[in-house]
Ligand binder design. Sequence first.
Ligand code: GLU
Length: 390
Amino acid sequence: MGGNTESGGATATARLPEVLAQARRITIKVGSALVVDAKGGVANAPWMAGLARDIAALVADGKNVVLVSSGAVALGRRHLGVTRPRLKLDEKQACAAAGQPRLMAAWDEAFQAVGLKSAQVLLTREDTEKRRRWLNARATVETLFELGCVPIVNENDTVVTEEIRYGDNDRLAARTAQLVKSEALVLLSDIDGLYTADPRNNPDAQHIAVVEKLDASIEAMAGGANASAGVGTGGMATKIAAARIAGSAGCATLIAFGAVVQPLSSLGGPEGARFTLFKPQASLSAAYKAWIAGTVVPAGKLMLDEGAARALHNGKSLLPSGIVEVTGSFDKGDSVSIVAPSGQEIARGIVEYSADDIRAIRGRGSRDIETILGYTSGDEVIHRDDMALI
Ligand code: GLU
């Protein structure tokens, strides 16, 4: 759905860089400097329309796209007539409160013109770091995808305090990419990637096309180049921090020049604009499984019968029929330990049902779930994608 581009502006995604052409999910981050006209302090509608056309082409190609957009504070400033260059936190929050609806209205118009619906998702750092909230946010975004929407993410600036805010949307975008399991994160910037030194005052600065491994020598390059990016907050340092977060979650990061009419379609092909590609440090599913296995304390235990334990080793999901006993008290979305009849832990995973509900359906066929519980969250108690074998 949604590939209807009356303007004919949808570009062939075949010309995209390989990493974007291959991706099933893409997170795109745009800074205030691109979204807000620096002189007038109003939304840069022609630029937004161009990016919406690029996104429509990706969606028409069957990809899910999340847009992380800054610009609330910059738009709110103008609306409220706040002209001081430096703002206190509460002033920023007031500006964000006034600017966010304007930002969304401008995006909504841009997406409507290409036949797409958009939806606002405001996140805080806690939402992306506390597992229960993370899973909730993930479920919402998944549903928005199913409904054919482009989720537009920003930090929930009005409720976060200095200590708990991201402050820059680069890292928020990396966490968003991880949340939705994107294979690629595109940071559209006022520079076409990472350089060995600041290219504005160093004629010998070399553009870096590919970063295979994000090590200390790469971190050291973040100081100069792009350190003072336009009206936004992040510089190259937060972009590299974002690439690190995304990379360890199995997502590639592209830093590309954004200030052209259709920035994504300008990237592909032999004549395409250059960019820096940070390769991911692990595959998407390996990184997700490592997160399940390593960073989450199990809230309970599921004891299996021999048949189910074997099925898990053969790559199957966990069905209620193979569960013998449930220990602990946990909710849907919690992580549990999965134990073989020998007593040995064989896997960890994220459950689709609460402990009480699993007690009610254990040993039964999946087709009975709805009759027993009055609802169903699917045939599996733990889907194999949400399970890490140990
Ligand atoms: N969330 C802020 C806004 O919408 C922007 C933070 C940033 O520029 O990275 O204005």
